[in-house]
Design a protein around this ligand. Sequence first.
Ligand SMILES: Nc1ncnc2c1ncn2[C@@H]1O[C@H](COP(=O)(O)OP(=O)(O)OP(=O)(O)O)[C@@H](O)[C@H]1O
Length: 276
Amino acid sequence: MSDEYVVFTDKLTFQYPDEKRLGLSNIDVQLKKGDKLLLVGPNGAGKSTLLKILAGKKLVRRGRIELFGVNPFDLRSNFMLNDKTIVYLGTEWANNEITKRDIRVDELIRSVGGDVYSKRRDQLVDLLEIDTRWRMNRCSDGERRRVQLCMGLLKPFDLLLLDEVTIDLDVLVRQRLLQFLYDETDRRGCCIIYATHIFDGLGRWADRVVHLSGGEFVEAYDRDNVVFVDTDADAAARRAQPADASVAQLFVAKVASLYPVALQWLSRDHVTRAAQ
Ligand SMILES: Nc1ncnc2c1ncn2[C@@H]1O[C@H](COP(=O)(O)OP(=O)(O)OP(=O)(O)O)[C@@H](O)[C@H]1O
């Protein structure tokens, strides 16, 4: 066992029952304290499958898996994980019917320990711009998601498995959430694995970005090896140059995106709303 790693998998392989094809094949993940891993891949690549396995929702029999140095599926030793907070926020969690009931937001947050983590609750309510007087059955999708995120992130996590649950958030709230998560890993040494299809604001967020396809890791780059250049042509030219570094680099063109504009407009809206 190696407690040097928060997450360690070696040739992790998974097959859904009655499926011929492997859901995941030979997956190697090594995450140390404070690391953030970004999973990139098409629909059906296996991102959710991997996150659910790490969350203990699916049993793996092939390959090695350790969380905080312990095999989570070994009943003799998994009590050692009791003092670790592993949080999985995915689709099933987001579809929880309780958050659609006619209940006030402050009551709901209190029911999951809001008063115990009052400082963190206030920080999350603030950054997610939640009005605690809202009633859940009258919330918009994005407002409901903000309350859910507040509830899900209330207890300080050691490992967060985030399966695209930011889709309903506006760009400003999403950017603040990403910053909050970045600061958390920086300050507390906790880890995050994030699977998403939205890459705005993530250019320098993750320590490592992995391309997952057909249940396999196709390629992976550390943040320092992702190089942003001005245009697609520049990126192609850099790729064509003989590699002088011992490690492979990934050249990415800066994209024409309205993201900075939307961020600016929504920041202005935020100031206007706060003044009302
Ligand atoms: N319960 C299941 N039984 C059988 N096959 C499944 C099951 N759940 C998922 N799969 C299959 O496993 C593969 C990976 O699915 P997974 O949900 O992990 O993909 P994903 O990368 O998260 O995709 P998306 O971007 O669409 O969320 C898919 O081919 C999917 O059909």
